[in-house]
Design a protein around this ligand. Structure first.
Ligand code: NAD
Length: 279
């Protein structure tokens, strides 16, 4: 049976350490969150981020903008937050209404306050292995591997999925740690041919129980980024067929309680980091 990588516990430990660091160093971190429109799921995500900030001692400032906000108004707010000395990090909650250009909005957030790591400057810095704010979910995955002392150098790491926020940063992060990285995606033929080679397999697809036991190598480390609703049971499940896969691998992350909690913990890490950098 595989050892479970407990993201919930690890995230708790990270939040505790951040709280102590904020007190010890007398930091005054502040996260400004912009939410445009009425997306219900986004409201829940923002509430969870607010809660995590409160726990750590990060000030939280919410900017709720109406659905009909213009691009000019959104950029004006971002620029004001960029200028403000008391704001350490800026987060634009996605999705934003369709008439707005999210790419330009992300580009406008100062790279020094871009705690989500979506500004192309930070993406470029990651590419050349320079200090950068890294997208929180892939950052959380790397933190899990590190904390569980999983050796990356020279290992074959297979990533399923190539989205800008998960798959692509993961590819670069693994490469920066000297893994041999194989990238697979929706157009990949014979997916299992690649997944079976993985010493470290990371799935970020978004399909319930997509990765079956016969696609995975014995003793592999398996990280499940997926968050899906099982149509039969209504429960939240990952991309990995956990029950079967966990019988043959060495480490596995559960869903829920795996990568999910790490994402917010790493966002908190980035906000505290931004405050330290700006101090
Ligand atoms: P996305 O839809 O942007 O990307 C999905 C990727 O999967 C694409 O690159 C696509 O090419 C690939 N894909 C689709 N079908 C495939 C197939 N048959 N074979 C191989 N590859 C295939 O999604 P995303 O934003 O990267 O998120 C992926 C999953 O991770 C979702 O379930 C999402 O909810 C979850 N997620 C979790 C967290 C977290 O905090 N745990 C954060 C972000 C995303």
């Amino acid at each position: 049976m595989a050892e479970i990588i407990n993201g919930k516990e690890l995230a708790k430990k990270i939040r505790k350490e951040l709280k102590e660091e904020v007190i010890e160093k007398g930091l005054k971190p502040k996260l400004a969150v912009i939410l445009v429109g009425n997306d219900e799921a986004s409201k829940i995500y923002v509430r969870n981020k607010n809660r995590a900030c409160e726990e750590i001692g990060i000030e939280f400032e919410e900017h709720l903008l109406p659905e009909e906000t213009t691009m000019e108004e959104l950029l004006k707010l971002i620029n004001e937050l960029n200028e403000r000395k008391d704001v350490s990090g800026i987060l634009l909650q996605s999705p934003i209404p369709k008439h707005l250009d999210i790419k330009t909005a992300f580009e406008t957030i100062s790279p020094e306050k871009d705690v989500d790591g979506f500004n192309p400057i930070n993406i470029g810095r990651l590419e050349i292995n320079e200090p950068a704010f890294v997208s929180c979910t892939p950052f959380g995955v790397m933190k899990m591997l590190k904390e569980y002392k999983i050796h990356i150098e020279g290992k074959t790491a297979v990533v399923i999925g190539r989205s800008n926020i998960v798959g692509k940063p993961l590819i670069q992060l693994l490469l920066n740690k000297n893994a041999t990285v194989i990238v697979t995606h929706s157009k990949t033929r014979e997916l299992e041919k690649y997944t079976k080679q993985a010493d470290i397999l990371i799935s970020a697809v978004g399909k319930a129980k997509f990765v079956k036991a016969d696609m995975v190598k014995e003793g592999a480390v398996v990280i499940d980024v997926g968050i899906n609703r099982d149509t039969n049971t209504g429960k939240v499940v990952g991309d990995i067929d956990y029950e079967e896969v966990s019988k043959k691998v060495s480490y596995i992350t559960p869903v829920p309680g795996g990568v999910g909690p790490m994402t917010i913990a790493m966002l908190m890490h980035n906000v505290v980091q931004a405050a330290k950098n700006q101090n």
